[in-house]
Design a protein around this ligand. Structure first.
Ligand code: IMP
Length: 213
């Protein structure tokens, strides 16, 4: 079995990645290869962060590895929270506080835009459009490869459903009326930004090993 280190301490993510990659790969965590400290994540883009985390593992272990970083872009907020998604409402990564801040900021912007329109200014029509993005960096035999995934959708006016994690109760994926919180992980994991990026990586790995065993 091929060994790959996945830069995560999140058992849910590890399970999801193992399912997508299939049985040919043994996924191991940083802790299992002796990295117990928190891996730094100080980049200004999702790609910079996934590259920084993968580089950190590769420099310490020399093993094939990959890392991911995800973020939510909301149109009416000019693409925020983006790379700040996990800590939008503060460093504690509190999902409830993050969702409350997002809904409050969106309501404020919508009100501002409506006021501007009443004053005769032309502002783009308020939109609740949003998307999740994932950037994955794979280091294979010392070479870096990047894979991206996007899940388009919109932000609900209020929380619905309690499946999933993070912003799932307020994110409605395109083509659905339910939030990710209502759809649950089983559906979400077949359409998500992370699923798309990891599937692209899985296809690349299978091809690489088929041509260079
Ligand atoms: P991470 O880089 O995968 O840890 O994602 C950063 C933050 O984005 C997380 O802490 C969540 O708040 C949010 N996030 C990422 N993926 C999802 C998702 O699939 N559903 C809801 N929130 C997500």
């Amino acid at each position: 079995m091929r060994k790959l280190v996945f830069a995560t301490g999140n058992p849910g993510k590890l399970r999801e990645a193992a399912e997508i990659l299939g049985g040919e790969f043994a996924l191991v965590t940083p802790a299992q290869v002796g990295i117990t400290e928190e891996i730094p994540e100080t980049g200004h883009t999702l790609r910079a962060n996934s590259l920084q985390k993968a580089n950190y593992i590769y420099e310490k272990t020399g093993l094939d590895c990959f890392a991911d970083d995800s973020g939510l872009e909301v149109d009416i907020l000019g693409g925020a929270p983006g790379v700040e998604t996990a800590r939008y409402a503060g460093p504690s990564h509190d999902s409830e506080a993050n969702m409350t801040k997002l809904l409050t900021e969106m309501a404020r912007r919508e009100k501002e835009a409506a006021m501007a329109r009443t004053n005769g200014q032309s502002t783009p029509k308020a939109t609740r459009g949003a998307r999740f993005r994932t950037s994955v960096t794979l280091i294979l035999g010392g070479e870096r490869h990047f894979f991206d995934g996007v899940m388009e959708g919109s932000i609900a006016k209020e929380r619905r459903g309690n499946g999933g994690f993070g912003y799932d109760p307020i994110f409605i994926p395109a083509g659905y009326t339910q939030t990710n919180g209502e759809l649950g992980e089983e559906v979400k994991n077949t359409i998500s930004h992370r699923y798309k990026a990891l599937s692209a990586m899985a296809a690349f790995l299978k091809e690489s090993y088929a041509t260079k065993p």
